[in-house]
Design a protein around this ligand. Structure first.
Ligand code: 5AD
Ligand code: SF4
Length: 442
């Protein structure tokens, strides 16, 4: 059997797409290998959201070439393939396949052609494509990524995604439920519903709240998560479903991008600072203990000191449980690149704001984590901890990462722990033994 090696960069949607590609290729007779050395086919599933993601891939392609046999097929898939298209084929002579996110159905034929010396570009969008008949090959032991929506219609001015993944379309509710049942039958108990603005999901028959209710009710599912929502799509019925469905976890990753209304306007985020804060308040009122994490961009064109201060104050006011921070990266063809050049924020200003933001969000997260020491959580044991064989990594429903002693639980187990220590970002947890009855005092 020919073998295929695949590496994934970027978001969970890409991870899910990689699982679909490997499923499709397994059905076509390819063996999956975890070693690029000697593989017949090497695929790199890429991200285009920031320039540094692309630079990493270009560097990695150089390294992978060193592992290749004379007849190994090297293919680039995903957002960078879609964005660069023919330019990538022209620049990378060893790459014989460039395949965008809507064209994975043709991968087996394209690879066949490439093994016979052809080079191919497949970057057409297909608004009907959800890869319904593909059997994903899943690698996460305890949870399943389930795409429920592809593409994006929001068109924030900094973002390349609408250009690399096309217009928004939703998968039918029945298909998502069927896949959820499938993953339960494979022994998984957690699903993560994926979409670029996942809570705008609408298959023509209902809204995202209906999807949460349907997926959350599948027998055997204990945890439902989703990522990433847009604040404007948290309608009352959606929040109501989150609050009422017991399997929906108490965590929302809610990208803010900025805390300044004028900046949000230039980003075309379609909400104000107050609108964002109100959304958080509604989530917190409906879902006790919900943790809120976010994405923030610094150095978007024209960012003033006052606008940056608004972002810092938003972080303090909301009290994010965690935040991913990014330096603005201009993406060719996006509206932000057409803003006047004099609005570009000087690199040293971006760097110092980035450092300050990171300190602030880390400080807030640490404070919030410290305050929870001594509390109990149900955790799902996900995998071996990176270092040492003594610990396993587990997650609480509110998305806190907890290290538990390896001997106390197998991967896939649920257990109740007391949060006994924290580095500020992750916890150590001690399993709570069943309480012995208290001796009766006489
Ligand atoms: N520059 C920097 N960060 C970006 N993101 C998206 N586009 C850009 C860009 N051009 C960030 C946003 C988004 C996350 C996935 O990546 O914060 O939420
Ligand atoms: Fe990009 Fe905005 Fe769409 Fe998110 S909502 S994918 S940031 S355009």
């Amino acid at each position: 059997m020919p073998s295929v090696y695949l590496e994934t960069y970027g978001c969970q949607m890409n991870v899910a797409d990689s699982e679909l590609m490997l499923g499709k290729l397994a059905a076509a007779g390819y063996d999956h290998t975890e070693n690029p050395e000697g593989a017949d086919v090497i695929l790199v599933n890429t991200c285009a959201v920031r320039d540094n993601a692309e630079q990493r891939v270009l560097g990695r392609l150089g390294e992978l070439k060193g592992h290749m046999k004379r007849d190994t097929v090297l293919g680039v898939t995903g957002c960078m393939a879609q964005r660069l298209g023919q330019r990538l084929l022209d620049a990378e002579t060893r790459v014989s396949l460039v395949v965008g996110p809507d064209a994975y159905r043709s991968l087996p034929e394209l690879i066949d052609g490439a093994r016979h010396g052809e080079r191919a570009l497949a970057t057409d969008f297909d608004l009907e494509e959800h890869y319904e008949d593909f059997q994903a090959r899943r690698f996460e032991g305890v949870k399943a990524w389930i795409p429920v929506q592809r593409g994006c219609d929001y068109r924030c001015t900094y973002c390349i995604v609408p250009y690399t993944r096309g217009s928004e379309r939703s998968r039918a509710l029945a298909d998502v439920v069927r896949e959820t049942r499938d993953v339960v039958s494979q022994g998984l108990t957690e699903v993560v519903l994926l979409g670029q603005t996942v809570n705008s999901w609408n298959d023509g028959s209902g809204h995202f709240g209906d999807l949460l209710r349907a997926v959350g009710a599948v027998d055997g599912i204990r945890r439902v998560r989703f990522t990433s929502p847009h604040p404007n799509d948290f309608t009352d019925p959606v929040i109501g479903a989150m609050a009422e469905v017991p399997t929906v976890c108490e965590h929302v990753h809610l990208p803010a991008q900025s805390g300044s209304t004028s900046m949000l306007k230039r980003m075309l985020r379609r909400y104000t600072r107050e609108g964002y804060i109100d959304c958080v308040a509604r989530l917190r009122a409906a879902i006790p203990g919900v943790s809120i994490t976010t994405d923030i961009i610094v150095g978007f064109p024209g960012e003033t000191d006052a606008e940056f201060e608004d972002t810092l104050s938003l972080a303090r006011e909301v009290g994010f449980d965690d935040a991913f921070t990014f330096k603005f990266s201009p993406r060719e063809g996006t509206p932000a690149t057409r803003l006047p050049a004099e609005l570009t924020v000087p690199e040293e200003v971006v760097n110092s704001r980035y450092t300050e933001l990171l300190q602030v969000v880390r400080g807030i997260a640490r404070g919030r984590n410290m305050a929870r020491l001594g509390e109990r959580r149900e955790v799902l044991v996900e995998k071996e901890a990176k270092r040492g064989g003594q610990l396993r990594q587990a997650r609480s429903r509110d998305f806190r990462s907890v290290m538990v002693p390896a001997e106390s639980a197998e991967i896939g187990d649920y257990l109740t722990v007391e949060l006994t220590g924290t580095t500020g970002s992750t916890y150590t947890g001690t399993p709570v033994a069943a309480r012995a009855p208290l001796p009766v005092a006489r």
